[in-house]
Design a protein around this ligand. Structure first.
Ligand code: SAM
Length: 236
């Protein structure tokens, strides 16, 4: 029996975020996100990325990170549950003539890794799509696809404050939002994120990462809402 056939298993597509399945939204996604992958690629290099490395990018979206990392490593496996995202990434790879990114339509909870264990797992702003119970399963699955000594760089929307500060912290976060939804996330979109998606507190998330087999060697929070973690797979 595969994971996906279990009756209680999460339907990842149903939790993927309707916008991520919408071709029009996906076409404008990179402009909206304005993501510069360089600091993350450099962080992987500092942690041993070489031209021989294999990187798995979970929730890869349109592949901004995957394409940047591919220039410096042997292979990137870019996994995303959204057919619209994977279609956009495939056409981008063709346009650019990049041939060492393998695109897989799959999810944190369904991707099956074949071949040698990966050297790196990367994931940015995708894990909050699933509730905490599933995050822990996703992290355990990520640990299982890494080689011994492998590295996970994980970025997500994570709330780094106490519940008693939620009003003030969320208000401050929303006050920094943009007005133009084509160039970022508006206050209404961020409010919807808080209401309907599954960002958790840093003091829940960090022990979860560790419980799932990793040692967090570096962490950073920006605006109390964006967490970045560099994690080493702990020896079994
Ligand atoms: C906000 S986008 C981030 C995309 C990319 N990582 C980036 O930083 O630009 C979130 C991505 O996660 C994907 N996603 C949502 N749920 C997922 C799941 N369960 N497994 C894998 N990808 C998922 C969405 O389709 C979307 O492409």
């Amino acid at each position: 029996m595969t994971d996906a056939s279990r009756e209680w298993w999460l339907d990842e597509l149903a939790h993927a975020g309707a916008e991520h399945l919408d071709r029009e939204y996906v076409e404008g996604y990179e402009r909206k996100a304005g993501y510069d992958p360089l600091p993350d690629v450099e962080a992987l290099q500092r942690n041993g990325l070489t031209t021989d490395s294999v990187v798995v990018d979970l929730g890869a979206g349109t592949g901004v990170f995957a394409i940047a990392a591919a220039a410096l490593c042997r292979q990137v496996i870019a996994v995303d549950v959204s057919p619209a995202m994977t279609a956009m990434l495939r056409s981008r790879l063709l346009q650019l003539g990049v041939d060492n990114v393998t695109v897989v339509q799959g999810g944190f909870l369904s991707y099956e890794h074949h071949g040698a264990p990966a050297d790196f797992v990367f994931s940015r702003n995708a894990l909050h799509q699933v509730p905490d119970f599933w995050k822990a399963i996703a992290l355990t699955r990520a640990a299982a696809l890494l080689r011994r000594g492998g590295v996970m760089r994980l970025k997500d929307l994570v709330f780094d404050f106490e519940p008693s500060d939620a009003d003030a912290k969320i208000a401050a976060w929303l006050s920094g939002a943009v007005d133009d939804p084509a160039r970022g996330w508006t206050a209404a979109e961020l409010a919807e994120h808080v209401r309907l998606e599954y960002s958790t507190y840093s003091w829940i998330f960090e022990p979860m990462i560790e419980r799932c087999g990793f040692e967090i060697v570096d962490r950073e929070y920006v605006r109390s809402a964006y967490g970045t973690y560099t994690c080493l797979l702990r020896a079994a």
